[in-house]
Ligand binder design. Structure first.
Ligand SMILES: Cc1cc2nc3c(=O)[nH]c(=O)nc-3n(C[C@H](O)[C@H](O)[C@H](O)COP(=O)(O)OP(=O)(O)OC[C@H]3O[C@@H](n4cnc5c(N)ncnc54)[C@H](O)[C@@H]3O)c2cc1C
Length: 323
């Protein structure tokens, strides 16, 4: 910014958007359509947001792929073909990269640009946005499309800093993947990410320990390749997808209820409360739950895969401070 210039001279762009996930990409597209200049500042080296960072084994969406996609462009809706009912992380990332290319979004995105500060100047009616690299951009508007799940939370576990083995966080998974073949692995947590990762890691690991503080209920996802007939029907009439009284989510909920109700009977529960996994009745291949964690009282997590036989043979679950 230079002194003496009026507010409009000082504005490098109309809008600074922070984040290039689902929200940031769409926001950039909309700003252009409205005739405003915009720049996206993104800490990562690519687009995708959540789906750029979360590359852990088994990562998928919990919402049906046909609904977990943009609805602002009819051609995009018609041309993109999801392959499974619940898309994997690589497929969702591919979709977002396709969107970035299709709408020529990348030319207004600055990657590896972490925003450190945004300061409002009342007199100039301008934001000054500063990045870690020292860039400063003046803008009339700032949109924080920073999501709520793109940063990581590392619990303060005693001894973690001196643990000699490699450690990973699902939200910062190495791009080249991790080979757990023959290793003894510990997974901390049994939330949505862990419940997706555990069956896949268990396929490789010699032994997998699962450490759980708070038990969750899980319901089977019934994932499958997308039936081309269903996909075709929805593509023909995208109002099925967009209508507020859309029958599809209602059907999804009905499926979930169907799964929860029988799972509330003893034969389908697995208790992780007693230090080591103990089954009350024959364990359901889906359940990592607790009889006291009633469905609806805690976040529901969706088990993507049937937990394979090997899961039960190699996995030991320890539960501390069960609530
Ligand atoms: C494993 C997983 C599965 C999920 N499944 C579903 C699902 O099935 N259905 C559903 O509706 N939601 C799901 N979510 C939630 C998901 O986060 C949202 O659906 C959606 O992707 C959020 O998009 P977003 O653009 O708002 O934010 P994000 O995708 O989080 O993007 C935010 C971006 O902002 C960037 N950023 C943050 N701070 C800064 C900064 N200071 N400077 C520069 N850049 C910054 C980040 O690097 C990131 O790229 C899931 C989340 C996870 C982690």
């Amino acid at each position: 910014m230079h002194e003496g210039a009026n507010a409009s001279d000082r504005t490098d762009v109309d809008v600074v958007i922070v984040g290039a996930g689902f929200a940031g990409l769409y926001m950039l597209h909309e700003q252009r359509k409205a005739g405003r200049s915009a720049v996206v500042l993104e800490a990562a080296s690519g687009v995708g947001g959540t789906w750029y960072w979360n590359r852990y084994p088994g990562a998928r969406c919990d919402i049906e792929s046909l609904e977990y996609s943009y609805s602002f462009d009819e051609d995009l809706q018609q041309e993109w073909q999801w392959s499974e009912r619940y898309a994997t992380q690589p497929e969702i990332l591919q979709y977002l990269e396709h969107v970035a290319d299709r709408f020529d979004l990348r030319r207004d995105i600055r990657f590896d640009s972490r925003v450190l500060a945004a300061t409002w100047d009342d007199d100039a009616a301008t934001w000054t946005v500063r990045t870690e690299a020292g860039d400063q951009i003046a803008a009339r508007w700032v949109v924080m499309a920073t999501g709520c799940l793109s940063s990581t939370m590392l619990p303060d576990i005693e001894g973690a800093a001196t643990f000699a083995g490699p450690t990973y966080h699902t939200g910062r998974w190495p791009h080249e993947g991790v080979d757990f073949t023959g290793l003894r692995v510990g997974v901390i947590g049994t939330g949505s990410s862990a419940i997706q990762a555990i069956p896949v890691i268990a396929e490789q690991a010699a032994h997998l320990y699962v450490f759980q503080r708070t038990p969750h209920y899980t319901v089977p996802a019934h994932n499958a390749p997308l039936d081309p007939a269903v996909r075709g029907r929805i593509k023909v009439d995208t109002t099925i997808k967009c209508h507020p009284y859309n029958y599809r989510p209602i059907l999804s909920c009905a499926h979930i209820l169907q799964d929860i109700v029988p799972n509330d009977r003893p034969r389908n529960r697995v208790s992780l409360r007693d230090g080591v996994a103990g089954a009350r009745g024959p364990p359901s291949p889906h359940m990592v739950g607790d009889p006291l964690a009633r469905p609806g009282l805690r976040a529901r997590v969706f088990a993507r895969e049937l937990l394979p036989r090997r899961w039960r043979e190699t996995v030991v679950a320890a539960s501390a401070d069960p609530r």
